[in-house]
Design a protein around this ligand. Structure first.
Ligand code: NI
Length: 179
């Protein structure tokens, strides 16, 4: 298990559309997911996509530990391979996001409020959930990485994008965990 280097915005590998995984329960896939889990936790992230560690495959992991912020719904550690998202309504909401590929920055990003997501875990078992709020936001952010999209491209008002320390100098509670 190894903590991997997270690529930063500007690296062209973050802009590629990643191809699907075609073999499950393989040593290579298990090793990738172990490294992603370790890297995400080491950096206090709530999500990580394989392209962020330079592996262009459709694999994401996420986990929301709400012990420091009970307003968030906890999300168990989840592996999602070849994910698909369907929105359950057209409703969108804006909230602050961060990304491990843009450290120390945040932006106000509109996302669909409620989604259904499907995919496989590392063994090939079906994952199928209907979620809303922050859980839905994290999944949309991670799946965007698989299509080469970083959150600044989703921001509708670029005045609401900047360095965390400057944006929230008066309100430390507003910062959002990075993904
Ligand atoms: Ni991200």
């Amino acid at each position: 298990m190894a903590e991997r280097t997270v690529l930063k915005m500007g690296d062209p590998r973050l802009l590629q559309k990643s191809p699907p995984v075609d073999a499950f329960d393989t040593p290579a896939l298990h090793a990738l997911i172990r490294d992603m889990k370790h890297t995400m936790r080491a950096l206090d992230g709530v999500g990580l996509a394989a392209p962020q560690i330079g592996v262009n495959l459709r694999v994401v992991v996420f986990e929301v530990d709400n012990s420091n912020d009970p307003e968030l719904d906890a999300v168990p550690f989840t592996v999602l391979v070849n994910p698909e998202i369907v929105r359950l309504s057209d409703a969108m909401e804006e909230d602050w996001e961060g990304c491990l590929s843009l450290p120390d920055m945040n932006g106000l990003v509109p996302r669909f409020t409620s989604i259904r997501y499907t995919g496989k875990d590392q063994f090939g078992n079906l994952v199928d959930r209907r979620v809303s709020g922050f859980h839905a936001r994290v999944v949309q952010h991670e799946v965007d990485h698989l299509d080469g999209i970083l959150y600044p491209r989703r921001i509708s008002d670029l005045t609401q994008f900047g360095f965390t320390a400057a944006l929230f100098s008066d309100d430390a509670d507003e910062t959002q965990a990075a993904q």
